[in-house]
Design a protein around this ligand. Structure first.
Ligand code: DP6
Length: 391
């Protein structure tokens, strides 16, 4: 039996992907750009074993066996195996050619609660494709395959700042992720994930964006006339480490994405009252200082992702804690990178403070840009035991 274990990161788009021109191949209607979050705080770990003793391909996600026949899973398995076959000489009887005929067992876990509504499909599919590629010793460009698991997953194949170039070709060969800058490029950048209390299950991205493509004229306008320019401006802001421009573009793009959701018919609402409170808190905070010190972004759910620079973290976290007093349930309110308690000036409190909303934010994860997927050399981290079943 051969076992390979790898980890892959979550990414947060600052120029959003919303809408496909090809559902099957997962080709987007616009390019997008994201920041890869550090795996110390958020990651997926996947172990894949291949053995001639396995009767069938099987998969376990977060401890539960799932259906391996899921079409997007099947596509990823098929495409990595195809690449592996293509890159070998058929006559060559080596280990890879041998294990290509074996069935696989796949076991995958997140180090963050899926229930928190944090996008896990990006890290999940990126990790699946990366681990399969290591198992079959496939090198080179893999974002094209990860994209076919979940669009946003292609961006989790790289660390740092990553663009997904929409491409033009019908077969999607040029719809790929590319690193814009490495994770070390902007060392002061910090990301706070504010996990909001959600009242109900929201519309999934796949079906949500389908309805938007069919009904929203604003989405069409956005893809054709707004995003191309914005991609250029965002890349420039990142290269120059210009937080003012980066923050403003990030907030405007998140707002436009949610505007296209409202323009979808019937409309989709991902932001809730807590999200709206966080948006106005950010604007009051920035207004108090007369510049953009923090920026928000929201995906297909109410959680806020805050971008800021290291010197601002302590104060802004204190302000959030003050506006959303934690309702203690035994869990720590702050997770991830350390935050120092600080006192807020009366000036700031009267300018930016608001009515308290106890328990509105369940907890905060403090993180920073991080690297792309990697293979683990530590055998104790394997999720599959010597019997090929989850440990
Ligand atoms: C709002 O990648 O989850 O997070 O391609 O259908 O799997 P599928 O959708 P998915 O959509 C992510 C949408 C988003 C914005 C983004 O990450 O760019």
């Amino acid at each position: 039996m051969k076992v390979v274990t790898c980890t892959a990161p979550v990414n947060i788009a600052v120029i959003k992907y919303w809408g496909k021109r090809n559902e099957e191949l997962i080709l987007p209607i616009n390019s997008s750009l994201s920041v890869t979050l550090h795996q110390d705080q958020l990651k997926t770990t996947t172990s894949i074993a291949a053995s001639r003793d396995f009767a069938e391909d099987r998969i376990w996600l977060n401890g539960k066996e799932e259906n391996i026949q899921h079409p997007r899973l099947q596509t990823c398995l098929r495409e990595v195996r195809r690449l592996a076959r293509k890159r070998r000489n058929d006559a060559e009887e080596d280990t890879v050619s041998r294990i290509l005929n074996y069935k696989v067992h796949i076991c995958s876990v997140n180090n963050f609660p899926t229930a928190a509504g944090l996008a896990s499909s990006a890290a999940g599919y990126a990790c699946l494709v990366y681990t399969l590629a290591k198992l079959y010793s496939v090198e080179g460009e893999l974002s094209e395959i990860a994209r076919q698991g979940s669009g946003s997953a292609c961006r989790s194949m790289y660390g740092g700042f990553v663009q997904w170039v929409m491409g033009e070709m019908e077969d999607g060969r040029d719809s790929l992720a590319q690193q814009v800058e490495a994770e070390t490029h902007w060392p002061e950048l910090r990301i706070l994930v504010l996990v909001a209390s959600a009242e109900k299950k929201h519309v999934g991205s796949t079906s949500g964006m389908q309805t938007s493509v069919q009904t929203s004229p604003l989405l069409k306008f956005r893809a054709e006339s707004v995003v191309p320019e914005r991609m250029k401006d965002m890349i420039e802001a990142i290269k120059k480490k210009d937080f003012e421009a980066f923050g403003q573009l990030t907030m405007k793009d998140s707002n436009q994405f949610h505007a296209t959701c409202l323009d979808t018919y019937p409309p989709i609402f991902y932001l809730n009252r807590v999200s709206q409170e966080i948006i106005s808190l950010v604007h009051r905070y920035n207004a108090h200082y007369g510049r953009t010190k923090v920026a928000y972004s929201f995906d297909a759910g109410p959680n806020a992702v805050i971008f800021t620079l290291e010197p601002t973290v302590d104060e802004f976290v204190e302000l959030v804690t003050c506006c959303f007093p934690p309702e203690s349930n035994g869990d720590p309110f702050l997770k991830g990178l350390p935050v120092n308690p600080t006192s807020l000036s009366q000036d700031l409190l009267s300018a930016a403070g608001s009515d308290q909303c106890p328990g509105g934010v369940r907890y905060i994860i403090v993180t920073q840009p991080g690297p792309g997927p990697s293979q683990s050399q530590d055998l104790s981290l394997d999720l599959l035991g010597s019997d090929g079943l989850p440990k």
